[in-house]
Design a protein. Structure first.
Length: 220
């Protein structure tokens, strides 16, 4: 974890209109957020220097036990390298406890930075957001993330590099990629965070504001 000096604490809320960007990756036992199980969750908050450079900050990761009645697609489990999601050596948490573990540091960072809510950053971010929303609803948990807005590195990578595959976009950004570690939530979150920061840091800051531009409304 990179410590943030007092002068850096609040500047990120200005960069993203009051939102706190949090990079997330989930690994699942299928593609249906309502029926298939969450298997892994990883999240990484981001911070920003007063000069406008965004960087990875605090990471949290947990393996998750499938919720009762969850459908487990064997091909999906094979793809992420999990033979038995109930194996004791996974040290997996029940879904509700796993969500609390990942949400707690995000809520704490929202208080610290003064941001109104978190915005999920992901590669195909809608997929990760939908699974978190479905899981949070199952347990009636408050979620720190905006309910529908995301920041997607697929779109940003297509714009900057002409690539949409995470590994290829990372290579274009000069980020090392290890296929043997890919499709673990922690690794993909770390690489996506590095990619997002690289992309954002190419943009000028402060952003130019036209003289007749209306003032920003509160984040919704």
């Amino acid at each position: 974890m990179i410590s943030i000096t007092p002068t850096e604490t609040n500047c990120i809320r200005q960069r993203f209109r009051g939102f706190l960007p949090v990079v997330v990756d989930v690994e699942t036992a299928g593609f249906d957020a309502q029926k298939n199980a969450l298997i892994e969750i990883a999240a990484m908050t981001l911070a920003m220097t007063p000069e406008g450079q965004v960087y990875p900050d605090f990471a949290v990761q947990t393996n998750v036990l499938p919720f009762e009645g969850a459908q487990l697609d064997k091909s999906a489990l094979k793809f992420i390298g999990v033979e038995d999601p109930f194996h004791p050596f996974r040290y997996a948490l029940p879904e509700k406890e796993a969500l609390k573990k990942c949400f707690h540091p995000i809520f704490e960072q929202l208080k610290r930075t003064g941001c109104t809510r978190a915005i999920l950053v992901g590669h195909n971010a809608f997929f990760d957001l939908n699974f978190l929303k479905a899981a949070a609803a199952r347990h009636r948990l408050k979620m720190p993330f905006h309910q529908f807005s995301t920041l997607d590195t697929v779109s940003l990578s297509a714009l900057f590099y002409g690539q949409t595959v995470l590994a290829k976009a990372a290579a274009m950004a000069g980020i090392q990629w290890d296929d043997t570690q890919a499709h673990s939530a922690a690794y993909d979150t770390n690489q996506t965070a590095e990619l997002f920061c690289t992309l954002v840091n190419q943009a000028p800051w402060p952003l130019p504001v036209p003289p007749d531009a209306p003032s920003s409304s509160p984040a919704k």
